[in-house]
Design a protein around this ligand. Structure first.
Ligand code: IMP
Ligand code: MG
Length: 182
C-alpha cells in the first residue's frame, strides 16, 4: 500500500485496548437493557464491528449512511442522511439508542443525527465516537463515550478514509498535507 501518510497516531494495539474498555463501560452502563447501536457509515464500520464484540449485552445493530465531505477534507456543512434507512425509524421509540461514529470533527453531522433521531422518541440517545477532534468543534455537541482525543490533523485508517482510500489500515495515521490538498 502507498504509505503517503505522516505518522501513526494510534497503533493497532492501543485501539484494541481502548475499544475493549469502551465496550466494558457500555456493558456496565446499559446493564439490563438491549441497546440499539446505530453505526454511521461508512467510517464506523470497523470500529462498530470491534466495539459490538466487546459489548456483553443483547443488542441490535443498524447502520445509516451519512455524508458531508465528498472527496474533500473539510466538511461542506451540509449533512445528507441517505434514505430510505435500512430499518423503520419508528422502531426506535422507547429504545436505548447509541449512535456510533468514527470521528467527530465540526460536530455538524452528530448535531443533525441527534436532532433527527430525537424526534422519534427513543428512551435514551447517546453518542459513542472513536475519535474526538474537540479543538475543531463548530457546534456544541459532546460525546458520551469517546475513544481518543484526536489532534487537529486529517486522519485515516481503521475505517476512516481519504477519498475512499486507507479504510483498511489497522492503525490510525495522519495524512501528509500534500496528499489531502488535491
Ligand atoms: P463533522 O460533521 O465535521 O463532525 O464530521 C464528521 C464526519 O467527517 C465523520 O463522520 C468523518 O466521516 C468525517 N471526518 C472528519 N474528520 C475526518 C478525518 O480526519 N479523517 C477522515 N474522516 C473525517
Ligand atoms: Mg463518518
Amino acid at each position: 500500500m502507498n504509505r503517503d501518510f505522516k505518522n501513526i497516531l494510534f497503533s493497532e494495539e492501543r485501539i484494541k485496548e481502548r475499544v475493549v474498555q469502551l465496550g466494558a463501560e457500555i456493558t456496565r452502563d446499559y446493564s439490563g437493557k438491549s441497546p440499539m447501536l446505530i453505526g454511521v457509515l461508512k467510517g464506523s464500520f470497523v470500529f462498530l464491528a470491534d466495539l459490538a464484540r466487546s459489548i456483553d449485552l443483547d443488542c441490535e445493530i443498524r447502520f445509516l449512511s451519512c455524508s458531508s465531505y465528498g472527496s474533500s477534507t473539510v466538511t461542506t456543512g451540509e449533512v445528507n442522511i441517505k434514505e430510505p434507512l435500512d430499518f423503520d425509524v419508528r422502531q426506535i421509540a422507547g429504545r436505548d439508542v447509541l449512535l456510533v461514529e468514527d470521528i467527530i470533527d465540526s460536530g455538524v453531522t452528530m448535531v443533525e443525527l441527534r436532532e433527527f433521531f430525537s424526534e422519534f422518541s427513543p428512551a435514551s440517545l447517546k453518542i459513542c465516537t472513536l475519535l474526538d477532534k474537540v479543538s475543531r468543534r463548530e457546534v456544541p455537541i459532546k460525546a458520551d463515550y469517546a475513544g481518543f482525543i484526536c489532534p487537529d490533523e486529517f486522519v485515516v485508517g481503521y475505517g476512516l478514509d481519504y477519498a475512499e482510500k486507507y479504510r483498511n489500515l489497522p492503525h490510525i495515521a495522519a495524512l501528509e498535507p500534500e496528499t489531502c490538498s488535491g
